[in-house]
Design a protein around this ligand. Sequence first.
Ligand code: DLL
Length: 437
Amino acid sequence: MNFQYWHPQTEKMPRSELEALQLQKLKEEVGYALRTTFYKKRLEGAGINTPDDIKTLGDLDKIPFTTKHDLREGFPWGFLSAQKEEVIRLHASSGTTGVPTTIYLSGDDVRRWSGYVARCIFATGCNKSDVFQNMITYGLFTGGLGFHYGGEEVGMMVIPSGAGNTDRQFKLMQDFGTTVVHATPSFLLHVESKMKEAGVKRESLKLKRAFAGAEPYSEDTRKRIEELLKVDVYNSYGLSEMNGPGVAFECQCKAGMHIWEDGYIAEIIDPDTMQPVKEGEIGELVLTILCREATPILRYRTRDLTGFYTDPCPCGRTHRRLRRIRGRSDDMLIINGVNIFPSQIEEVIMGMKEVGNNYLIVVEKDGALDRLTVNTEVRPEIFMDDSRPLNALKEKIRKTLQLSISINPKVDLHESGYLPVSEGKAVRVKDMRPKDL
Ligand code: DLL
């Protein structure tokens, strides 16, 4: 394979140099943090009064973890380390409690962030001759502007189409010869479902690649999108607290997401003991940003469950690779005492050819017990008058799920287009159980 690198010296930097660079940048970042009201108190409480109190990367341990709760407590200015007039952009995520978390960026912060996103895009084989349709929400959400600036940095023609409106998306693809798209995996599946209805022939499109992220999805979902849309799908990971997209991305080997370690320090901890897991094991990802001056965030507990691959990547990049995110520790469902992640259900159903592109998991109380219903759409060619193949499919899904998650779910099948589609992140679970039980 012909690999291309946006910044070869950095991407293939020997580990010892990379770690020395991380230490230097960590000290800088601690310097910024000491200028914020939140970290001044927090770090001084931990005996860190100047950046020189960090002498080795091991000293990261001395820094307390930061949580989403801390970010909310610090709203609106507690994490700002620059003068307000140095800030040129803010992004925010609203979350469920209503108090947003806000990230401020200086001009240099925006340029650095765009550079990381460009690095990701370039690693997939794109270049300035590509036409890039950014089919994700613009606005406070980081996916829109983050990829927009990254795409421009690569020199691609960027079409800021935003999410939704599949008819318009098809028209743009046809009019301008779009070669690469960015969307949530659920929206890519939705686009595929709508293609036939809109009378769009795949041959009329020039699509080659798709970047998919912002929500968890299984390897089978990737394969499904690749087969149905006939594109190469690259997994893209990021979070608003760490700028947004551009944190970790797959290269052409598609063997895990390189996390850009000159921009982020990644740790994986056991969420119960808060101690590091053994290299390669799954745990909670903790991130420290090394590439932002206006809003330093140190040892942020992402809640995302993943681990590192331990073998080197054939592409020659030295930055470690994260496994596909299994879900968030707060996504876990406890059903009649059994712990399951929605991703385990997705893995089972998306591997079945007859199953359609959308599903919804519903959990309810049935007397004292919990009841799990898996609603899935079926491919349009399956939903026919004859109920026998449908019943057989229902039974197949039920049995396979029972084997894999040790719960006997109810399975409901629906026609393609029946289940609600969200323009942003897909809502895959509806937990209707009373909260006070
Ligand atoms: O979703 C940033 C982003 C935009 C990433 C576009 C990729 C593409 P938030 O809205 O703050 O930011 O949500 C971050 O989404 O902690 C994960 O739980 C989840 N997530 C993001 N990417 C992936 C992925 C953006 N590739 C939260 N796989 C993160 C699984 C993902 N989960």
